[in-house]
Each structure stands twice: as C-alpha cells, then as structure tokens.
Design a protein around this ligand. Structure first.
Ligand SMILES: C[S@@+](CC[C@H](N)C(=O)[O-])C[C@H]1O[C@@H](n2cnc3c(N)ncnc32)[C@H](O)[C@@H]1O
Length: 372
C-alpha cells in the first residue's frame, strides 16, 4: 500500500507529462485526467489502494450493504419486467472492489432463476482492482468475465449498473475570456517541474455548442465530457437494440450549467488536481441533463434523474434497515442506521448523488422513478 503524505512530491507520471508538454505543448484537461486515472503504469487506479476507509475515498456500497441489496432487488424487478429472459447480460461499469456486485448477487439469490440466467460482465481498467473483484466474487453463483471496452460485451438483453463511473470520464474545460471562449489546458509552470492551467490561443469550434457569450461572464468555466457522451451513446444504442435497462448513479447536476467541478481527493481530503498526478483520485460532476439528452437522441427512454435519497427510500430503504436491525445488537444496529443515514440523508450523499435509468423503449417504468 502506498503511504501518502500531505506533500506534493512529483510523481513519475508528473515528470513524464512535463516532458511531453515541453515537447508538444499544453494538453487538454481530459487528456490529463485520462492519464492521471488510467495510465497503464502510473495511473491512479493501477497502483493505489483507492477505495474504502484505508484508501482515498469511500462509495455508497462501501458504507452500507443496504445500498447494493436494494439495487439487487431493483435489478431482479427489471429482469422480471423484461419477461425474465433465460439468458441476459448483467453488466457493471467500474466495479471498484466488487462490493456492490457482491451485495447485488446476495440479494438476488431470492430469485435463483435470475442468477441462473445472468452472464456477468465487469468493465474494469485496473488489473489491481480486477484481482480484488475476482477474490470477492469467487464464491458467488455467477462467474465474472472482464472486458476492457463496452464494445467487447456480446449482444443480449442487458441490465447495467454504473455507480460512480461516469464521474471518472475525462472532461474538457473551457474558460470565458473578454472576447469569447478558450480551452483550459494543462501546461508547465515557471519552475519547469510543476503543472499549471493555461489557456488555449484560439477559440474552440462552434460545433462544441458552448454557452452564448451574453449568458456568461469572464472567468466562467464550462465542461464537456466527450468520453461520457460517447459511452452514453453506446449504452443507449446497445439497450435499444438488445433490450434492457441501465442504472446510472453518480454525483452531479440535474441541469447543464457553468462551473469548475474538477476535483481531486487523496486520503479522504481534497487535493489540488494538478499536484502529483497518479497519486489522487480525480473526478468531475456528471452533467445529467446532457447524459439524458444523449441517450434520448439515440432512441432510449430516460427516467429521472432523482436524488439518491429519494430513490433509495422509494425502494424501501427504511424497511430494509429496520429488518436488518431486528437481528443485531444495539452497536451493530446503530452502525447500520448510521450507514443508511450517510447514503440517503440530504445533507450527506442523498441529494448530491443522482440516479437515472436508461431504458429500451416499451418496458415498464422502473421502480424508484414513479412520479409523485
Ligand atoms: C470510483 S470507482 C467506483 C467503484 C464502485 N462502482 C463502487 O461503487 O464502489 C471507479 C471504478 O471505475 C474504474 N474505471 C475508471 N475509469 C475506467 C475506464 N475508463 N474503463 C474501465 N474502468 C474504469 C476504476 O478502476 C474503478 O473500479
């Protein structure tokens, strides 16, 4: 395990990026983010103990088992609504340490026909995390298969889950100056060693659809994730053609808007995004409006987004928590209730995290998205 200090010592990836930028010029924020997270040798997910109390950040399934159990029941319900196909793809994008899938499969044991029909696909870039997923899922009823690309998954009716995956999709950033927009890039600082933000010299293409100048002011930032858009298109087209539904859970905004949401986290604290790349997690808020529009334009049906708290409560969070607590001592029951509070309360993860479903046309409205 890497021992991390608060000092931003240059990482091997930083040295490599500095050399590259000196040679070829500044790189986009998306290219920086892509290397910082996914560089085959020095990317964050390749070499760090990222997730969990001992890592840099914690996710909902790592906080409470109830999260994955409720999603497991949601998936069983969605499978039934598809006509209980005897073969289907169960797909997780970015499964982390495999905790969510482990909880999903445990809850889904209630319907042995579901686990019997599922072919499990895990889209994971990190060899280290694949190993952890393999260890955690080795006793589950369904054998995992790993893929590097979504396009490697064979066509079949599919149920897809992506928790905190779209926020890893690299974003490009654009900054408003007096005369218009410029791309925000990553360059080298005056010391010749550090990385810093610089601005591109020419305006970005009109086809990027940046906000009108009159609606913005100098200093404003606008973000676009072309990789997130391409993945949303792939998911929507795959579901439209083969049938099925996807559940996307992430922190982000309901409506496209201005703002710099690029953030890095190291040791459960915010970290400067350009310091020591490869040693900190880097994410950006998901633009759910753009995601929904992209999926809709590809012929899929979109439900939500709704807040994570609302979604979990509609799936029966409180009932499940109280059921679990009945068989536990007071200390454990308090822990279970505290975990549920953390994932669902509006001042915790309940409001900032959103849940959206992307569905093939013709299926029933999925649970948790009922209009009230
Ligand atoms: C923030 S973690 C989410 C973990 C998990 N879903 C959870 O809820 O605990 C992001 C996951 O996505 C994986 N990942 C990030 N970018 C990826 C990419 N471009 N392709 C495949 N996997 C990726 C990471 O290795 C990690 O497993």
């Amino acid at each position: 395990m890497t021992t991390k200090t608060d000092a931003a010592e240059p990482t091997p990836l930083q040295e490599r990026l500095v050399q590259l930028i000196k040679l070829k010029g500044p790189i986009t924020v998306a290219d920086y983010m892509s290397d910082a997270l996914g560089h085959p040798h020095d990317g964050y997910y390749m070499s760090n103990n990222a997730i969990g109390a001992d890592g840099d950040f914690i996710t909902a399934p790592e906080i409470s088992q109830v999260f994955g159990e409720l999603i497991g029941l949601w998936l069983v319900d969605a499978w039934r609504a598809m006509g209980s196909p005897s073969d289907f793809n169960l797909i997780e994008l970015g499964p982390g340490r495999g905790v969510l899938m482990d909880d999903i499969l445990r809850a889904a044991r209630l319907r042995p026909a579901f686990t019997g029909a599922a072919k499990l696909w895990l889209l994971e870039t990190s060899g280290r995390l694949r190993h952890e997923q393999q260890r955690r899922l080795r006793t589950s009823e369904v054998n995992p298969n790993w893929v590097d690309e979504f396009a490697d998954i064979p066509p079949a009716p599919s149920l897809i889950i992506a928790n905190e995956f779209f926020d890893c999709m690299p974003v490009r950033q654009f900054q408003r100056i007096e005369t218009g927009w410029r791309e925000r890039l990553v360059g080298v600082g005056d010391d010749g060693k550090s990385l810093e933000f610089v601005l591109g010299k020419t305006p970005p293409p009109k086809s990027f659809g940046l906000p009108e100048i009159d609606d913005t002011k100098p200093g404003d930032i606008f973000e676009l994730s072309f990789e997130g858009r391409d993945l949303a298109m792939q998911l929507a087209e795959f579901l439209r053609t083969n049938g099925g539904q996807a559940l996307v859970i992430d922190y982000g905004h309901m409506q496209s808007g201005l703002g710099d949401t690029l953030q890095a986290v190291r040791g459960h604290k915010f970290w400067p995004p350009l310091a020591a790349p490869g040693s900190a997690d880097i994410t950006a808020h998901v633009d759910f409006e753009k995601l929904a529009q992209t999926a809709f334009d590809c012929g899929a049906v979109v439900y939500g987004p709704v807040s994570q708290g609302t979604f979990l409560e509609r799936l029966g969070l409180n009932l499940r928590v109280e059921m679990l607590c009945k068989t536990q001592d007071k200390k454990k029951a308090d822990e279970i209730r505290a975990g549920a509070y953390r994932i669902a309360a509006p001042d915790q993860m309940g409001e900032i995290f959103k849940v959206m479903a992307i569905s093939a046309p013709g299926l029933d409205e999925p649970a948790g998205f009922e209009e009230t």
